[in-house]
Design a protein around this ligand. Structure first.
Ligand SMILES: [Zn+2]
Length: 145
């Protein structure tokens, strides 16, 4: 069922549950990943790593969006859609050549989108802490010398 503007809600979870519901985006900051069941209704799990080379999660306090689009080329349904502000926006299906070309250009597009709008990827808190800890060690080494 490809309904435009289909609603998808979200849940922040520590770990992604084994049984996941349709039309819910499960977000684990700790594991830097988001998971949902394919929006077409085929019930296939779609895992989107949250990483500079993967997807960016945009959480504005009320809704979530994923950037770039989700292209389930490896699934039978070959669904292609955007998750924008808790809504499924269907995109056209492509042939192999278009998929390759888009994957290339999308990397560039993704970066420029982030720059223009100031959209920030939500970073796991732990990472910051780890980095600080690392910086502290380096600083103390310097002091000793
Ligand atoms: Zn599907």
């Amino acid at each position: 069922m490809k309904k435009d503007n289909q609603h998808i809600s979200f849940e922040f979870v520590e770990t992604i549950p084994r049984q996941i519901e349709e039309n819910v985006l499960y977000i684990s900051i700790e594991f830097e990943t988001a998971t949902h069941l394919c929006a077409c209704g085929c019930k296939e799990k779609v895992v989107t790593p949250l990483a500079p080379s993967g997807w960016s999660l945009i959480y504005n306090g009320t809704t979530v969006s994923l950037n770039p689009s989700i292209g389930n080329w490896s699934l039978k349904c070959q669904s292609h859609y955007f998750i924008k502000k808790n809504k499924i926006i269907w995109a056209s299906q492509w042939n192999d050549e278009q998929i390759k070309a888009t994957r290339k250009s999308r990397n560039i597009e993704r970066d420029t989108t982030i720059d223009k709008t100031g959209i920030q990827k939500i970073k796991p808190k732990e990472k910051h802490q780890k980095n600080n800890w690392f910086v502290n060690i380096i600083m103390s080494l310097f002091k000793r010398d």
